[in-house]
Design a protein around this ligand. Sequence first.
Ligand code: TTP
Ligand code: MG
Ligand code: MG
Length: 396
Amino acid sequence: MSTDIDINKKNDSALADDSNAHDTSDETNKNDIQRKVIHIDMDCFYAAVEMRENPNLKGKPVAVGGQANSRGVVAACNYEARKFGVHSAMPMSQAFQKCPQLITTPVNMDLYKSVSKIIHSIFQEFTDDIEPLSLDEAYLDVSDSSHCNGSATLIAQEIRQRIFASQNITASAGIAPNKFLAKVASDWNKPNGQKVITPNEVKAFVKELPVNAISGVGKVTAKRMTELGLKTCGDLEKLGLEGLLQHFGSFGDRLYNYSQGIDNRPVETDWIRKSLSVEDTFNKDLPNLESCLSEIDTIYQELLIRLERARQKQRLSAKSLVVKLRFNDFETTTIQMAGTAPDKEAYKRLCIDAWQRGQRPVRLIGLGLQFNPPDMPEQLSLLDECYSEEKPPPNL
Ligand code: TTP
Ligand code: MG
Ligand code: MG
């Protein structure tokens, strides 16, 4: 039988997968949905790719960038070079002063771009909700991912392992309830590490967080903060919203949120959602149609929650309702009908039809929606039922 825990066996790519469960108990309030955001950032990206290409460079200080004698700058340097004080954007001539044995290589952007593409494709195996920030970093919203039993920590670990296995370079990750904290966290255990900030840890974590860890706090703001004696996010919170607005203008608003660990910015993807679904694999096969129908209520509720969350990210206009059944011998059937909104009774009718195709115990039920391309007006009503698969419409 299904439980609350089982129901998150779901997948964004409509009714695609029969995978594992994770806890959904925090997903009930649509205005306060607990998100799981991962920020992934490659370690000394350009330099790491160069070291991979030329293993002789390993263990030696390496900088990628323009030539010292033509006023070039360091684009990236490895961690060995950093020990000498070399860093990105430093003139190469200065880098040589700090580290005379520095080995330099030119920038090979096409190569880095090709590696970046592969890394991105690894992200896509885990979620569609990806916001790339640069060639070497991205935010991933894995709140709805069913991989690794829904554990964002394990997902981050697996992504890093996959990147290493495929590209022989390392990545670091931050896992947190929002983008601000995930980005801070990915830097925490660099290189080749990760850090989790759980919702319970947020308040204590930000209290001690140095203000210069906040992305967006540049040199000028940092200087102003030092003058005001503001060292940590805890200090910012104490100053309060009015004080922050007074000293930092409109940025004060965001600073005040950050100082409490709040960041409601969504992970912004440029992809268009085509479908959404919720699946439930049962611990024990459902023996008959009646037991299948009685599961629909719970799965349907979950679908509504998921839909609400997806609608907070983009405008979605449904074009069809889909039901998937997987029978005890793993044979799977899907059935759909036109429809502009989720409808529990319609799903039940589809379930009846789908079940008739197999008439045996069921191990998985999925409910889903397919969406119109963004500029198409909403069309078709639930009355325009059209059955897509080999079965003719039933006599309802
Ligand atoms: P970063 O992620 O900032 O740095 P990094 O990957 O080299 O090192 P870290 O381990 O600290 O993440 O930048 C990614 C790549 O972007 C970097 O390898 C080279 C390029 N880059 C520049 O070309 N100029 C710059 O000023 C910076 C900061 C990065
Ligand atoms: Mg990096
Ligand atoms: Mg980066």
